[in-house]
Design a protein around this ligand. Sequence first.
Ligand SMILES: [Zn+2]
Length: 443
Amino acid sequence: MNLALYNSLSRKKQVFEPADPKRVTMYNCGPTVYSYAHIGNARAAVAADVLFRVLRSIYGADHVVYARNITDVDDKINIAANEQGVDISVITERFSKIYNDDLAALGCLMPNMQPKATAHMGEMVAMIQVLLAAGHAYEADGHVLFDVASYEDYGQLSGRALGDNLAGARVKVADYKRSPEDFVLWKPSKVGEPEWPAPFGNGRPGWHLECSAMIEKNLGTSIDIHCGGQDLKFPHHENEIAQSVCAHKGAPLANYWVHNGFLQMDSTKMSKSLGNVKLVHELLKTWDGEVLRFALLSGHYRSELDWTDDLLKQSKATLDGWYRVIGAGEGQIDPGFMAALLDDVNTPESFGHLSALAHKGDGLSLKACANLLGLLKNDPDDWFRGKGKEGGLSDVEIEALIKERAEVRAAKNWSRADEIRDIFKTENIILEDGKDGTTWRRG
Ligand SMILES: [Zn+2]
């Protein structure tokens, strides 16, 4: 089975050939843990999760090593800790757990490793020392900066030439920098902020350095696949490459770079200032995680995805249709479905094959294939009693109304009984009265 992947570095689709098929390595830039993840963050994690699953099915689950870091040193974390008067670990542990719980609800497998920046300070200091000794970094005003001019391939991933980023922009450049694009490897901490010891002065690392050091320590000098959102290509990934390549005598950081596209909200950019940021945590109160996962995978990972209520409703309806067909037992993976995934992880095309299986009534193959994508993991009965209707009644509310319905009927309060019947009708809740009481499901 040949997997073709679009490599952002070569800007073309290539056959994926791991350096060692017994240990395929992939890294994904993880969250900065100071707040809840939004659905755009989730898109990057779900895209990487599907790639992880496809690699595991090709090379074997024991032969793929996936690391997704936790950025637990950052200005935003310091601000949150100061505001709440707590140690940064209180913030980072809380939001690391929420992040993992949210992604588990979206059907993501846990990565093999979740390295934390705070556990890799020694490696970061050591990498800076290598860069200083090799003339790729310099100290200035308490900072250590990467000397971008010392790396002639800088900009290859994003296709930006030096100076591009300043054209037309009035950016105030710190006067200790030799060149405006030079970026921080290490900087002094402000009063009250956490700091770590280093021969070039106590302080803390720059964000880009964290990933380079964690990749080196946990996966090796060169890895097979580096993933992440399109928004991280520049400057984050560009700077990761510069640091790692220069610290490793020219060895590439990653052989394949896989970037997912942006997620739009109702055709506009999702941003805090526009007030249209959707948190995974909030969406999960209304929708089953599988509906969100399906919606995220309904577009190709490299395309822009427009997140709308209609998309969620359609996703729910398609899953409902599939859940009506799936059977219990072992099914075969459909070759057409697998071929779609091997073609640059084309999930929308793979969904077409799943719908065809559903149409044919092949519930076993449908389940086997959907499970490979992390879908159709629920028991169908549980599914139809679950969430999936925005603004609808919760399970608890439905149970309470059923209880009330029995009481008002016994008391011959027919007008209230009719009201409750109408609520269920509007909410599309189907009741079945049997000899053991009333059961319900969502229609
Ligand atoms: Zn990173």
